[in-house]
Design a protein around this ligand. Sequence first.
Ligand SMILES: NC(=O)c1ccc[n+]([C@@H]2O[C@H](COP(=O)([O-])OP(=O)(O)OC[C@H]3O[C@@H](n4cnc5c(N)ncnc54)[C@H](OP(=O)(O)O)[C@@H]3O)[C@@H](O)[C@H]2O)c1
Length: 331
Amino acid sequence: MEKKLTIAIVGATGAVGQQMLQCLEERQFDVNLKLLASSRSAGKVFTFNNQKVTVKELTENSFDDVDYALGATENDLAKKWIPWANAKGVVVVDNSSAFRLDENVPLVIPEINPEDIKKHNGIIANPNCATIIAMVALHELHKEYHIKRMIVSTYQAVSGAGVKGIQDLENQLKDPDAPCTAFPYPIAYNLIPQIGDFDENGISKEEWKMQNEARKMWHHPDLLVNCTCVRVPILRSHSESIFIECEKEVDVNQARELISKGQGTILKDDPQNKVYPMPLDTTDQDLVYVGRIRKDLTDPTGRSLALFCCGDQIRKGAATNAVQILEKLIQ
Ligand SMILES: NC(=O)c1ccc[n+]([C@@H]2O[C@H](COP(=O)([O-])OP(=O)(O)OC[C@H]3O[C@@H](n4cnc5c(N)ncnc54)[C@H](OP(=O)(O)O)[C@@H]3O)[C@@H](O)[C@H]2O)c1
């Protein structure tokens, strides 16, 4: 009988870690599961495939009996524990941004660049959540028209900042004076045009990710992206307003058809009948909804298009994407 694989989720008690557990179960992984977090969470119990699994504290020895690890921790911690895992021969699919732009680490969306997975040296990085949603929405259009430049405005859910972000919104909706733990200002009844620290050009770290990560995954070093990231009082699912300028003239009907046949996308584009993507509809499922597709009439060359898309950033923007990579690794 074949030995069951052992998969560790590191950061198992967080927003992404909990979703990873659910995704592994939904996708019928018949594996031993190891749940790792800080000493604060050691002893908590979760259910996986009808078995109780107790959370253990992450230590250097956590990986002795592990085959693959899914990472759902912040950057500093990822930089510390991933070498421990690699030293034990464990291949890691990591959600932090610590290794995303490392040239020895593939950055992968399975619908877009699955062939990059096999170039790994023990780490495969999962892209930024808003970048995954935009690229899944745009991939078929890029293949057909070749995107040169993008202008993106994001409307990012509070759960993008983890469990603390969810708690801030829920607490402040009950009591507007409840403290801010994840954001610099109250998020209830507000929005905050800052995600990450700003550089000397006034561009935030989160905003740079869209260009840098898309360039790497599309193998398109000349891609230009101007991005504005905004935190909005939505529990789950990021939304994005996207403008693209392409090398070829675009056709709106063909664009709709390409998106309706694309992998991982659903076309929701009948504005006259009030059909368009909305975050409530994409919450807790894996597809990216795309709609409001229209030509940019300010571009006389006819090579520019505008659209709106939404996707659940804890699922496709994080946990599902990581589990899809794991599926390909195991195959
Ligand atoms: N949330 C999203 O939508 C999203 C999307 C894409 C990527 N990401 C990335 O995914 C990662 C996880 O994000 P998240 O939103 O799930 O964060 P989160 O909800 O804050 O969860 C953080 C996890 O890290 C664990 N942790 C903290 N300190 C630890 C320590 N010293 N030792 C071991 N474990 C420790 C926490 O365990 P305790 O419960 O014990 O504190 C918890 O399980 C981040 O790098 C984030 O940028 C998040």
